[in-house]
Ligand binder design. Structure first.
Ligand SMILES: [Zn+2]
Ligand SMILES: [Zn+2]
Length: 437
C-alpha cells in the first residue's frame, strides 16, 4: 500500500498517460529495425536512469557472439548517426554502438518480494509508412522520418507502455515490494534479440517474466487475453555451399558446382514428408549463386526457415532439412555450412498465472472483456525467455492487449488505439500488486 490509503495504480498511470502518448509518438517518428534501435535504446535508457533505475546497456545485456545477422559496419554507423541527429543523448547511445542495442533497468523496492521481469521490444519494421491523410500518424504529424522504416507492429507502443509502467514503479518505490526488471529487447522482428540477453544471464534471478503484444487476434480496445495459443516454433538458417571454380568450357570436370548442390537441396527441402502429429512449414526465401557465364559456381547461399506447431515438430523439420542439405553437398562433393540465424520456441503461459491474471483483469475498469482464448499465429522470441524462466522454476505469462490495428500488422498503414498503452500498463501494475500481495 502507498502512503495514501486510497491509492490505486490507475491514478498514477492515468496522470502520466499523456506523457506516454508523447513518448510513443516520438519513438514512432524515429523508427529503426533490428540491431539498429539506437534511438529507442537511448530514449529508454535516459528516462530510466533519470527515474532512479539501475540501468545496464550494451555488452552488459547482449552477448556479442549471439548477434545474428548483424548489419555491416557502415549501416551500423549510419543509423547511429541518424539517432544522434534525431536528438538521442550520446551518453546513452554510446554503449549501443556497433549493434549492442537493448536496455535492462532494475528497480529494487523498499519492501521485500519476488523479482518480476517485464519484456518490451524496441525494433521497427522495414516498411515505408503511408503518408495518406486518413492515417492518424500522418494526420497528427508524427509519421516516420526514416524512409523505409516504420513502427508497423506496435513496438513503439510496447516501449511507451514499458516506460509508463516503469515511471509508476519509480513513483511508488516506497510501497514497491520486491524487484522489477524492465527489459527492452532489441531485434524481435528477426527473432534474434532474446537469446543474446538470455545468454548474458539477465533472466536468471527472475521469479516471473511477463510480456505481451498489442492487437494480433484481439482487435477491440478493452479486450484482453491470457490463454494465447498457436505459436509456431521456428528455426532459421543461412546455408552456404562451397565448391571449386573452373573454366566452364575448358575444364568443367575439375569444378565442383555449388549451385547444383544448392538447387538440389532447395527442391528436396520442399519434399520433406509432412508429419502426422501436426502442422509444419518450410521455406527457402532467397538463393544466390555463381559469378558469371563461363565459371563453374563455387559458392551458393540461401536463407531457409522451418516452423512447427510444437518444438518437436520443428525439430523434426530441422533434422530432415539437415539430412537433405548434407546429402546434396555429398552428391556434388561440396562443403556446406548451416549457420543458425534465428530461433523461437512454443512456450505456454503458466496456468496459475493465467488464472491470477484473469482475476485481476476482471477488477479493472479499463477491461471490457477477458477473451477466453486467442491464437498468436506467428513466432515470437519472448517464448525463449518464458522457457528459460519456467525451466528455472519461475512463471511466465504472455498477454494480448486488444486494439484495432487498421491496416493490420506489418502493413504500411498499421495503427492502433493509443489507449492500449494505458490499459496495458494498468494491467501490469495491478498484476504486480496481486503477485506481491
Ligand atoms: Zn512484427
Ligand atoms: Zn510485434
Amino acid at each position: 500500500m502507498s502512503a495514501k490509503g486510497s491509492y490505486k495504480p490507475q491514478d498514477s498511470i492515468a496522470a502520466h498517460y499523456p506523457d506516454a502518448v508523447e513518448w510513443r509518438r516520438t519513438l514512432h517518428k524515429f523508427p529503426q529495425p533490428s540491431w539498429l534501435e539506437f534511438f529507442a535504446t537511448a530514449f529508454a535508457a535516459e528516462k530510466l536512469t533519470e527515474w532512479g533505475y539501475d540501468v545496464k546497456q550494451g555488452r552488459d545485456v547482449v552477448a556479442e557472439d549471439k548477434l545474428l545477422l548483424l548489419p555491416d559496419a557502415e549501416k551500423l554507423q549510419e543509423e547511429y548517426d541518424r539517432a544522434l541527429k534525431a536528438g538521442a543523448n550520446e551518453k546513452f547511445l554510446a554503449p549501443a554502438k556497433g549493434g549492442f542495442t537493448g536496455v535492462m533497468a532494475t528497480l529494487k523496492g523498499d519492501q521485500p518480494g519476488p523479482v518480476i521481469g517485464y519484456r518490451f521490444d524496441l525494433d521497427s519494421n522495414e516498411v515505408t509508412e503511408t503518408q495518406d491523410g486518413t492515417h492518424m500518424p500522418a494526420r497528427q504529424g508524427f509519421v516516420s522520418q526514416n524512409p523505409g522504416y516504420a513502427h508497423m507492429c506496435g513496438h513503439d507502443i510496447h516501449t511507451a507502455t514499458g516506460l509508463l509502467l516503469a515511471k509508476y514503479f519509480a513513483d511508488n518505490r516506497a510501497a514497491l515490494k520486491g524487484t522489477v526488471k524492465m527489459i527492452f529487447q532489441p531485434n524481435e522482428e528477426n527473432l534474434s534479440g532474446a537469446s543474446p540477453m538470455i545468454e548474458k544471464g539477465i533472466l536468471d534471478d527472475l521469479d516471473y517474466i511477463l510480456g505481451g503484444h498489442i492487437g494480433l487476434s484481439v482487435k477491440e480496445t478493452g479486450h484482453i487475453c491470457f490463454n494465447v495459443h498457436s505459436f509456431l516454433a521456428l528455426s532459421r538458417f543461412e546455408v552456404t555451399f562451397t565448391g571449386r571454380p573452373t573454366h566452364a568450357a575448358a575444364s568443367p570436370e575439375q569444378g565442383k558446382n555449388a549451385m547444383l548442390g544448392a538447387c538440389s537441396a532447395v527442391s528436396n527441402l520442399y519434399a520433406i514428408a509432412r508429419h502426422s502429429q501436426g502442422a509444419t512449414r518450410i521455406n527457402v526465401g532467397t538463393l544466390q549463386a555463381g559469378t558469371t557465364w563461363n565459371v563453374i559456381p563455387d559458392r551458393a547461399y540461401f536463407r531457409m526457415e522451418t516452423r512447427g506447431v510444437t518444438n518437436e515438430l520443428n525439430e523434426y523439420m530441422v533434422e530432415k532439412a539437415r539430412d537433405v542439405i548434407e546429402g546434396a553437398a555429398r552428391m556434388y562433393d561440396l562443403t556446406v555450412e548451416m549457420k543458425p540465424a534465428a530461433m523461437a520456441v512454443v512456450a505456454e503461459s503458466s496456468p496459475e498465472l493465467i488464472a491470477m491474471a484473469e482475476r485481476v483483469a476482471a477488477t479493472l475498469p479499463s477491461v471490457k472483456k477477458v477473451v477466453p482464448s486467442a491464437p498468436f499465429n506467428a513466432s515470437e522470441d519472448i517464448t525463449l525467455m518464458m522457457e528459460r524462466v519456467q525451466q528455472k522454476g519461475g512463471q511466465a505469462l504472455i498477454t494480448l492487449f486488444g486494439t484495432p490495428t487498421h491496416g493490420g500488422h506489418h502493413s504500411s498503414s498499421f495503427d492502433a488505439d493509443e489507449a492500449v498503452i494505458r490499459n496495458a500498463a494498468e494491467f501490469y501494475a495491478a498484476l504486480q500488486k496481486e503477485i506481491t500481495g
